[in-house]
Design a protein around this ligand. Sequence first.
Ligand code: PLP
Length: 390
Amino acid sequence: MIAPVLPTYARAPLHFVKGEGSWLIEEDGRRFLDLGSGIAVNALGHAAPELVAALTEQANTLWHVSNLYEIPQQEALARKLVDVTFADTVFFTNSGTEACELAVKMARKYWHDKGQPEKIEILTFDGCFHGRSTAAIAASGAPKMVGGFGPVLEGFVHLPWGDHDALNAAINERTGAILIEPVQGEGGIRPLPDQCLQGLRKLCDEKGILLILDEVQCGMGRTGKLFAHEWAGITPDIMMVAKGIGGGFPLGAVLATEDAASGMVTGTHGSTYGGNPLGCAVGKAVVDRIADPAFLEQVRARAGQLRQGLEGLVASHPDIFESVRGQGLMLGLRTKIAPADFVKAGYAAEVITVPAADNIVRLLPPLTLSEDEVAEAITRLDKAAASLAA
Ligand SMILES: *Cc1c(COP(=O)(O)O)cnc(C)c1O
């Protein structure tokens, strides 16, 4: 008999009942060090006091009004994002998938309105992940994503990772945009080298193509900059954001330049919940904290410490680990065993990690992880590795 919850997930038998900072507390009282953050969502840790305050204050005032009316909380968050990024304008969604939907629509509408409606093709890359809607799975194109779901939305061209010749050969008069994650998350913590991102920006400028960055997982301070593309010193035309921006409240956004957004006039897109007062009150508190240069400096310091610890871990368990990769607090341990086996051993050692493709165990801790918690993380990961070697 089917479970009351549609069984699309293989779930670990863990019941967390409370969260405190970097810690998750199990029903039985065990305290797990959370190096997953609900997949890069709890960027400020669990039950961060300023987020609880922002949420409860707004909850006591006004939860929801329609986008048929002006929403000051939404305007404040949009203004803040415009101030601290390349963007001129922002649309709020409830998830990364919905941000992907709008990014695709925006790019196509842009070319339609510029009198080049044939430019519907969007180039994407091997191992990418942009969500689970029909457009987002088409963007991935992977058989495990699209298989069985009927006709796949057309217009996505899938390219191998890091193959410059294939990229150049794929560009033609139908190419409207390039869509890429600066650091692949689900694909296995694969950072795009700065020169490659710079090269993509140059290519887009030369050929008149929109550059769409998916920073749903790597954005919001995760890599030690507010957004990962800042490391390369370039800016996109359109950017997808979600996960960390709500700190646990479902919130996403599409950020765009005025030109890229020019086709999205009144009536072309909408969302009932997107940008409601509750979500935006929390989002504003998250962005205020993470966009602070002192906060990002702290993230980089913790990241350096964690990475160093992980390098040591790899050196002391050569049968289990191959290498460390990633950027900031978005790190991957490449394993020589099935990553799911390591994640499971982590549960026994009371530390949460997340598997990804390409034999990667992902570490996406709260950005607020303390120095002592980094040391504790290494101790627990070491214990998990030792249990597998034994
Ligand atoms: C998680 C993720 C998405 C999808 O976000 P949802 O909120 O799950 O819809 C899209 N892109 C990237 C890079 C992601 O990591």
